[in-house]
Design a protein around this ligand. Structure first.
Ligand SMILES: O=P(O)(O)OC[C@H]1O[C@](O)(CO)[C@@H](O)[C@@H]1O
Length: 514
């Protein structure tokens, strides 16, 4: 590839030190021409969304995450207040915690945070603390699952410091079972140490949700609001992400400022990094997600970026129906870890194996804050990191595998804000290009409903166990439900010490008793 061609395909925002290199995507100039109608519609759509249109028609909701970093954009005064008042309150709360004006009931400063949440109510805070929290005055722990062993492990890590640990229970809906369970497990742990849970707990949730009412009645230290016009996966710049950030002493204004700057630059109709990224995704996957997105940040602190983007992209774009009700089965699969570590894991397949992906390299130009030693004559560890990034990009391209390279000067609240905004806006644009609603998640409900069916059956199966051993089919005869579903309940009860299992030659011949 000629240098001219690289240069023509390198989009730069010099004021941010940001660039987006699309040269290795091999997009013919005619493609933009072909897409011009869809692109014009996507610009009109995002304008309407930012003006407060019901952009999430299924849920009848506005989509307001772009207002969070520019409240002046919000369509009315009430909405502006819903952004600015909690922002001022959370900063004040964090400064009171840091000053020891709000402290643990025993009199110590809060030294730890335990964040209880899942999906969009955990991934943003997890990504942020990993990227920016190295100098934080508090240690942060998470319950982001209903795995009892995982919670036990986290509690063991906190150890005897539970009395100095502030719990943030985060749930927009306030009714997510995993989060409810995590909160109840945390409460039980506090009580087993003779501590009052509510006096160590803060809720971040929608007004009048189950969690809101629980927090009110128990007397939590504080409740921060979460508005229905902010989706979980785009909530990191709402109270969901900013309360933890402020407590971790990470500059929230810088994060918001970085996002606002990227928003502004990606409102323009030319030199628009978010639109170019969305078009590149469309081109690569034929507008049908035929290629997976492999995210490779060459910086350890951005390790969780692929996980964060996985939810943002896959929950937003993975849809069965388009906005006209046609079955489209849209989506883009996202996975990744970090470079150059993955060079020694799956890059072998990327280079030589099944060709079902494109790579997204994230380059952080500044290697480290201090001086570097030479690991070989004239060469530092950072030179190696850069060498591996450049080398992998070239090696992939030589074998016909495309890549995008996003470059930022260093990992700061401002640049992380830019990256989040870039991908949020690329998702908004891509959703318009393929005509889907990026802001609902009907598929998640199917799994939740099925889990409810399992739990109901589990209770019946547990009640039907007797001293006399029976097979799964015999128990199914008493409880209803199909024998396989009953069998899964029985093996789970046996594994958790609530049933006895006598193995037969086959699953159908296994016997179960009380
Ligand atoms: O904040 P909540 O309501 O607990 O929801 C947690 C997550 O669950 C989902 O609704 C579905 O996975 C996500 O969209 C959301 O971020």
């Amino acid at each position: 590839m000629s240098f001219e061609s690289y240069s023509e395909n390198l989009l730069r925002y010099p004021e941010l030190g940001f660039s987006l290199d699309l040269s290795r995507m091999d997009i013919a100039p005619s493609f933009r021409e072909e897409m011009s109608g869809k692109v014009a519609k996507a610009f009109a759509d995002i304008k309407a969304l930012e003006a407060g249109e019901i952009a999430n028609p299924d849920e009848g909701r506005m989509v307001g995450h772009y207002w969070l970093r520019n409240p002046a954009l919000a369509p009315n005064e009430q909405l502006r207040k819903e952004i600015t008042e909690p922002l001022a309150a959370l900063k004040e709360f964090a400064s009171q915690v840091h000053a020891g004006e709000i402290k643990a009931p025993g009199g110590s400063h809060f030294q730890n945070l335990l964040i209880v949440g899942i999906g969009g109510s955990a991934l943003g805070p997890q990504f942020i603390v990993e990227a920016l929290g190295s100098a934080s005055p508090v240690a942060t722990y998470f319950f982001d699952n209903t795995d009892p062993a995982g919670m036990d492990r986290t509690l063991e890590e906190i150890g005897t410091d539970l009395d100095k640990t502030l719990v943030l229970v985060i749930s927009k809906s306030g009714g997510t079972p995993e989060t409810r369970n995590g909160m109840l497990e945390a409460k039980a742990a506090y009580e087993s140490h003779g501590l009052n849970f509510a006096q160590h707990a803060v809720a971040i949730t929608g007004e009048d949700s189950k969690l809101f009412n629980f927090a009110k009645s128990e007397g939590f230290v504080e409740i921060f609001p979460m508005e229905d016009w902010v989706g979980g996966r785009t909530s990191v710049m709402s109270t969901v992400g900013l309360v933890p950030m402020a407590l971790q002493d990470i500059d929230v204004d810088e994060l918001l400022g970085g996002a606002a700057a990227m928003d502004e630059l990606t409102r323009q109709e030319s030199n628009n990094a978010a639109m170019e990224l969305a078009l590149a995704w469309y081109h690569e996957g034929n507008g049908k997600g035929e290629k997976d997105m492999v995210v490779l940040p060459y910086k350890d602190s951005l390790l969780l970026m692929s996980k964060y983007l996985q939810q943002l992209v896959m929950e937003s774009l993975g849809k069965e129906l388009d906005l006209d009700g046609n079955v489209v089965h849209q989506g883009i699969a996202v996975y990744g870890n970090k470079g150059s570590t993955d060079q020694h894991a799956y890059v072998q397949q990327l280079r030589d194996g099944v060709h079902n992906f494109f790579a997204t390299f994230i380059e952080v130009r500044k290697p480290r804050s201090g001086e570097s030693i030479e690991v070989e004559e004239g060469v530092t560890s950072g030179d190696f990191l850069q060498g591996f990034l450049r080398g992998t990009r070239s090696a992939l391209y030589e074998n016909g595998r495309h890549s995008v390279t996003i470059s930022i000067p260093e990992v700061t609240p401002h640049t992380v804000g830019q990256l989040i905004a870039l991908f949020e806006r690329a998702v908004s644009f891509y959703a318009s290009l393929v005509n889907i609603n990026a802001y609902h998640q009907p598929g998640v409900e199917a799994g939740k409903a099925a889990a409810g069916v399992f739990l109901d059956l589990l209770k019946k199966v547990s009640g039907a166990l007797a001293d006399e051993p029976m097979s799964a089919s015999e128990i199914a005869g008493k409880t209803g439900g199909d024998a396989e579903a009953v069998y899964h309940c029985l093996t789970h009860l046996a594994a958790s010490g609530r049933a006895r299992q006598v193995m037969g030659a086959t699953a159908a011949q296994d016997q179960f008793a009380k």
